[in-house]
Design a protein around this ligand. Structure first.
Ligand code: NAD
Ligand code: TYD
Length: 341
């Protein structure tokens, strides 16, 4: 490993991974390749922008010619694919971009990587490929039952990585992270959305009864998990990166309000997300056997995250004035109009 292409590296988790890799491995060249969609943000990479072992290239993972040019230009030997459309609610409104990036983009990267004979390909996937699980924990060999267009597109992308390993002998590894939170997360996802809305005393639209369960993984733990699997994972294998912090949405919401000293009356129970998965939970035993484990307890991580949003309004206020407003209207205006406190 020497020249590593990190796709989607201007997004939330990808940028945490880039910041981590640039600092941890001065001997590697880290090349970030990102289309800079609404979710891509070069502010996330400011901490590394002057580092010698970091480069940025703008491009689409589904654009074969540009992918080929960048792979050749930097003599890329390793690809870590974070690039994705990543928000379930947007996938329900319009799945098109999800198929383009999460399925076709993964295929193009694999295919160009194969043609140029790169070494390792790491596909960053999600617990959502397993779908809803009533009790117990999903293990890596469990069947896939994705329920949203997002989850189905992520399943498609990682199944293509598996196929390239089995059919062409490519050196692939897959990570399946659980719900991730922390600094620099686009404020459409539950924790940064509710935190920034509550700071402004605005209503928090909690879907359905709020009793859905998610397993929360701090972003630095996620980045370290991808690093561990990239370096030590067995070729052809997938690894769950579970946060081991399962919480009801309503609990997470209450805790954010407590940290901010805001009233519970901000919470609105709004009509549920269509096809909403009730619970995700995975075992992390296989990644733990590689020597990785999540280090952040949820209470510590959430406090640090809420503090970060309090201290970094420069980062999120401009985002919430832009494209976000159109999405907000489409997703929440009607729901909030029929909601109760
Ligand atoms: P994000 O939406 O914050 O960032 C996605 C990045 O990909 C952005 O920088 C965007 O500009 C870029 N991108 C989108 N389409 C592209 C394209 N066609 N070509 C090149 N770049 C493109 O997402 P995130 O939350 O950082 O998630 C990163 C990865 O981790 C995704 O693959 C996601 O499925 C996976 N994941 C996320 C979570 C989570 O809770 N956020 C959990 C598990 C797995
Ligand atoms: P989200 O952050 O969108 O992640 P995912 O859908 O990938 O799990 O949502 C986390 C949980 O919070 C999920 O059960 C949906 C719920 N949720 C709300 O209740 N209201 C909201 O406005 C959002 C964005 C999410």
């Amino acid at each position: 490993m020497k020249n590593i292409l990190v796709t989607g590296g201007a997004g939330f988790i990808g940028s945490a991974f880039v910041r981590h890799m640039v600092a941890a491995y001065p001997e590697y060249n880290i090349i970030c390749y990102d289309k800079l969609t609404y979710a891509g943000n070069l502010d996330n990479l400011l901490p590394v922008s002057d580092e010698e072992n970091y480069q940025f290239e703008r491009g689409d993972v589904a654009d074969r010619l540009t992918v080929e040019r960048v792979l050749k230009r930097y003599a890329i030997d390793t690809i870590v694919n974070f690039a994705a459309e990543s928000h379930v609610d947007r996938s329900i409104l319009d799945p098109d971009a999800f198929i383009h990036t999460d399925v076709v983009g993964a295929y193009i990267l694999l295919d160009e990587g194969k043609k140029l004979g790169i070494g390792r390909f790491c596909q960053v996937s999600t617990d959502e490929v397993y779908g809803d699980i009533d009790d117990g924990e999903s293990a890596e060999d469990d069947r896939f039952l994705p329920n949203s267009p997002y989850a189905a597109s992520k399943a498609g992308g990682e199944l293509m990585a598996r196929a390239y390993a089995v059919t062409y002998g490519m050196d692939t590894v897959i990570t399946r992270g659980s719900n991730t939170y922390g600094p620099y997360q686009y404020p459409e996802k539950l924790i940064p959305f509710f935190t920034t809305e509550a700071i402004d005393d605005r209503p928090l639209p909690l879907y359905g009864d709020g009793k859905q369960i998610r397993d929360w993984l701090y972003v630095d733990d996620h980045a370290r998990g991808v690093d561990r699997v990239l370096h030590d994972g067995v070729s052809g294998e997938a690894y769950n990166l579970a946060g081991e912090n399962q919480r009801y949405n309503v609990e997470v919401t209450r805790r954010i309000l407590e940290i901010l000293g805001k009233p519970a009356s901000l919470v609105r129970h709004v009509p549920d997300r269509e096809g909403h998965d009730r619970r995700y939970a995975m075992t992390a035993a296989k990644a733990r056997a590689l020597g990785w484990k999540p280090q952040f307890d949820f209470d510590v991580g959430l406090q640090a995250t809420v503090n970060w949003y309090l201290e970094n309004e420069w980062w999120w206020r401009k985002i919430k004035k832009g494209e976000f407003l159109d999405f907000y209207r489409q997703q929440y205006a009607e729901r909030l109009a029929t909601s109760e406190s």
